[in-house]
Design a protein around this ligand. Sequence first.
Ligand code: IPM
Ligand code: MG
Length: 359
Amino acid sequence: MSKNLLLLAGDGIGPEIVAEAKKVIDKLNQKMSLGIEYSEGLIGGCSIDAHGVPLTDETIDIAKKSDAILLGAVGGPKWDTLERAIRPEKGLLKIRAGLDLFSNLRPAILYPQLADASSLKKELVADLDLMIVRELTGGIYFGEPRGVRTLENGERQGYNTMVYSESEIERIGRNAFEIAQKRDKRLCSVEKANVLEVSGLWREVMERIAKDYSDVALEHLYVDNAAMQLVRAPKQFDVMVTSNLFGDILSDCAAMLTGSIGMLPSASLNSEGLGMYEPVHGSAPDIAGKGIANPLATILSVEMMLRYSLNMSDAADAISSAVGKVLDKGLRTADIYSDEVSITKVSTTEMGDAVVAEL
Ligand code: IPM
Ligand code: MG
């Protein structure tokens, strides 16, 4: 049975890294007869240029009918001065909301070959394997009211609203508990319950549903402390669950522990298992078109897609093992390069080709 994949390469380095992921899919299709068919669509700045909006309803419809979506990255300086409602980032938020992709899985795994690239001492990050579960369709990103208003004294005031209903907290919470059950059975819920009402409710709901997962140890941390603990002793964590905004911040922080944000994939899932897969990094306009971007986060996003949405774990294993071998051979793109005799600097396409060769 064939599977339909929608590719949304987006802007900046997006097209370059998605091109490498395509090579990997083509190779796996040919070698393992996966029957993955893909079509391509526009999101972000390229969609603004073509259609005047960062994501068309037609593209959302195609996405809804797909078995999975692979996204590159969106945004760039060209579109930064546009009105907020039609900026590239809105396309991303619209597809997340439109497909109800409430659960965002952002693993931070340290490849032993890259321990030197971490900003922390080797012993603090060796064997790091943590999973951040970020709520993706609620919170302050989507909360109403929002805007900029003019006060009586004539001064302008910007405002946003952090809102979570019990059911929204419960569904991401249950999701995180289930993920923890399949891992080391430790879950850390992150909020700011000492200050925010919305966080107080978050904690209450987490406590309540914890009773259904007695095999998982639940702890709570305030987000400021969680940020500190992430850079102090990251290996204390197994799974972290948190809201949209806190997860945005903490996942960048966790990414850096692994040496390069260029290595990290992510999955955004809805309750039916439809998923959108994308590298954690952004469109990196400063290096776009130079052929130096690291395609591994996107290739590893394909791995997650095969595992979580397409039930093709053999093919997923083949990717992780190929990536491991390429790193063992000392091949590195600029972001993970270190000046040593055994290390060879490679371009975006050379890295993609090396993974394909291992497959
Ligand atoms: C991310 C990004 C997005 C977010 C931006 C591009 C809207 O930072 O996926 O982490 O804030 O969610
Ligand atoms: Mg972010």
